[in-house]
Write a new protein. Structure first.
Length: 478
């Protein structure tokens, strides 16, 4: 058996995890949710949830990867066998890999839009264009399956190329270049926003402490965002953790990841909304903010075509660093399980992912209505894929917390965490009780969107997870 691959530098896991965490959601969702849900009040709830839920599960998922030194699927097989626990826990690895595969299929399509807008910005096509023209431009893009397919193909090939080059030459070297470059670009856009935009309005929108604006739904959104922003439950952190040095501190690294991820989201929010408010536009979220509102702002601001092009390079880079973390869990499994070379494994992964991505490509045009998914679920194929991942990720995070908290021995966790008894007991309490409860709330938040016949099935899965954890604990005590 060959020795496990380890990141060349201790800090690479931090770069990799931050790269996985920082994506489109940081740029178009978190800033808007903050401003619409009480500003500072939302950030406070978000920070508390990160501390009590996100960081403990992040430590747990990294720990599982480093303890097994394998891909998520093979790693969970190894851990269940070595700890004599139920085979049901292996579902964690499969759910993570499945979630990563589905997410990449539609993430690649959406990230491809940024390629289109980078070209529009640098070509000056949108300079002086009015809101109606820019809105029509976005509509024309979605209505063109040929363009969407081209950008989807380019993006997923770029992601596959980086991962196919290997752990060190591809992922590690790529991240060591891309992450600092993305931070520099963010600072450039932020500086431009401060000079040319309305930074005062942006700061007020994001940081004014309005507790009355924070509803129960806002609390749940803060909890959900704190979980999803760290890329938990989709195998990426476990896969990257397998290459983490045994000398690196799990706790310090997890805290650093959470801090950097949040800081980048807030800086991006200040930059984006400075430009939006500086152009007299309304705040929004999602694709509309990124591909309609911001291009309108860039079209009106001096040298907006240049900064706009630079900004969309930032969007592409953030998406690439996230996408390579989605390729790795499945590619690593194919290498370990079937003995394939890494290039062949990556080629297989992205080929099937590209094919699944066609569902998303056609969801915006040919299949925007009248498909079987509309008949059965009242949703487009893209919405169904996204919804499946919104189930798999929190459920996977829930099971990760339960497995790490109940199945792993105290000695093994202490050895991996290299910590004192006080922090270990605190972490164990959080992953055994607090984190699973909070993630269950996030999970159940999606329940009203599910047809009634699925609720008992999902509830049964949660009960099975709790039962399996309890049985594992009893087995360990006997």
């Amino acid at each position: 058996m060959s020795s496990p691959k380890i990141w060349t530098h201790k800090g690479t896991f931090l770069l990799a995890a931050v790269g996985s965490a920082v994506g489109l959601g940081n740029l178009w969702r978190f800033p808007y949710l903050t401003g619409e849900n009480g500003g500072g009040a939302f950030i406070l709830v978000y920070a508390l949830t990160i501390a009590l839920v996100g960081i403990p599960i992040l430590i747990a998922e990294t720990l599982l990867g480093r303890a097994s030194r394998k891909s998520p699927i093979m790693g969970m097989q190894y851990l269940t066998e070595s700890h004599n626990t139920s085979r049901n826990w292996r579902a964690i690895g499969w759910m993570g890999a499945f979630a990563a595969f589905i997410i990449l299929s539609f993430y690649s399509v959406i990230a491809g839009w940024a390629i289109h807008y980078t070209g529009l910005m640098f070509s000056g096509s949108l300079v002086g264009a009015d809101a109606a023209t820019i809105g029509e431009s976005f509509g024309d893009l979605l209505a063109s399956p040929g363009l969407l397919l081209t950008y989807h193909t380019l993006f997923i090939l770029a992601s596959g190329l980086i991962v196919g080059m290997g752990i060190h030459k591809g992922i590690e070297n790529g991240l060591r270049f891309m992450m600092p470059a993305l931070f520099v670009i963010l600072l450039i856009v932020l500086g431009y926003g401060v000079v040319a935009g309305d930074v005062g309005a942006a700061m007020s929108f994001l940081f004014t402490f309005n507790l009355s604006d924070l509803s129960l739904e806002g609390w749940l959104q803060a909890m959900g965002q704190s979980f999803f922003t760290l890329s938990l439950g989709m195998g990426a952190i476990m896969a990257y953790g397998a290459y983490m040095s045994s000398e690196a501190s799990l706790t310090r690294t997890a805290i650093s990841i959470a801090f950097v991820d949040t800081a980048i989201a807030l800086l991006a929010g200040i930059a984006i909304f400075s430009l939006v408010f500086g152009s007299g536009l309304e705040a929004g979220q999602g694709p509309g903010l990124m591909f309609v509102t911001l291009p309108i702002a860039f079209a009106e601001l001096p040298a907006g075509w240049l900064i706009g092009g630079v900004f969309f390079i930032l969007v592409i880079g953030a998406a690439i660093t996230s996408s390579i973390s989605l390729v790795e869990p499945v590619a690593a499994y194919l290498v370990e399980r079937f003995g394939l070379s890494r290039p062949i494994a990556v080629t297989l992964m992205i080929t099937f992912c590209w094919l699944l991505g066609l569902l998303t490509v056609f969801s915006f045009n040919y299949w925007s209505e009248g498909t079987i998914t509309h008949d059965w679920f009242g949703r487009s194929p893209f919405d169904v894929l996204e919804f499946i991942t919104n189930i798999l990720m929190p459920l996977g995070g829930l099971l990760i917390a339960l497995f790490a908290g109940w199945a792993l021995s105290r000695e093994e966790v202490l050895r991996e965490m290299s910590t004192n008894d006080t922090w270990f007991e605190c972490w164990q309490f959080l992953v055994r009780f607090v984190a699973p409860t909070a993630v269950a709330f996030v999970f159940l938040r999606t329940m009203p969107q599910i047809d009634g016949y699925l609720i008992p099935a999902v509830g049964s899965v949660l009960l099975i997870g709790a039962f399996t954890a309890g049985r594992t604990f009893i087995q360990r005590q006997s």
